[in-house]
Write a protein that binds this ligand. Structure first.
Ligand code: PRP
Ligand code: URA
Length: 221
């Protein structure tokens, strides 16, 4: 099962516009990713089930509240390197999350064939995943979807979660179609949150209008 949801919040689109601006500085860009990571985390939390929780306040009064059931069994997987600040925002929401890191890169020298890049995975460090867990994959730019398809292969090797989320800033129709097929192939329940879906991927594999090379803009080229 695959679903995609864009974030319908003025503040998120205000920050996205700052990120798109070629004149935004490295610090502004990185801080923008942290802000959007927190918003994506809030959106994902909104999708989760809650249960009743009773606590006693310092005034000795018992009061009914709620807790998000999966708050303590969430795993965040960061796709290096641009997603690092995005994860910093996500972790503000999922404060008890276990974390994994995957380094993957497109083999750009071989070019893009039919909106597909060969992906080189050089490092995978993941906690084990149980059927009680929810996995959130943090990746800023989901252009052709080649990287994320490969990341999903790696993530499911560590055990099956009950639900998978993707937290991203921009994606494209090409990537959405690819991820839908990948979710079917793997038999996983996958929901992608993006701040926006841009219309195109150019011949070099960049999202258009996009925001350029997110890794370089966040950390320097
Ligand atoms: O959907 P795809 O076409 O596979 O492209 C998406 C990938 O490209 C970007 O990483 P990038 O190669 O720019 O690496 P970096 O973050 O390390 O700079 C992005 O963060 C994704 O991981
Ligand atoms: O537009 C794009 C596509 C992939 N990676 C980026 O950083 N930007």
């Amino acid at each position: 099962m695959f679903e995609v949801q864009v974030v319908n919040r003025k503040y998120a689109h205000h920050i996205l516009t700052l990120l798109r601006n070629k004149d935004s500085s490295q610090i502004e860009f990185r801080k923008g990713l942290v802000k959007l990571g927190r918003i994506l985390g809030m959106e994902i939390a909104e999708d989760m089930e809650t249960e009743e929780a009773v606590v006693e306040t310092p005034l000795g009064v018992k009061v009914k509240g709620i807790r998000i059931k999966d708050m303590d069994n969430t795993i965040i997987v960061t796709v290096l390197r641009a997603a690092w600040p995005l994860t910093e925002g996500l972790i503000k929401v999922f404060y008890n999350a276990r974390q994994g890191v995957i380094a993957a890169k497109r083999v750009e020298e071989k070019g893009m064939q039919n909106y597909e890049f060969e992906i080189e995975v050089s490092y995978v460090k993941m906690p084990s995943v149980t059927p009680n867990d929810v996995v959130i994959i943090s990746d800023v730019m989901v252009a052709t979807g080649s990287t994320l398809s490969r990341i999903l292969d790696e993530v499911v090797k560590k055990g099956r979660a009950k639900k998978y989320y993707i937290a991203s800033i921009l994606s494209t129709p090409v990537a959405v179609a690819k991820l839908r097929d990948k979710a079917d192939e793997l038999g996983v329940d996958l929901k992608m949150y993006a701040i926006w879906i841009d219309p195109e991927v150019n011949q070099k594999g960049y999202i258009v209008p996009g925001l350029g090379d997110a890794g370089d803009r966040a950390f320097g080229s």
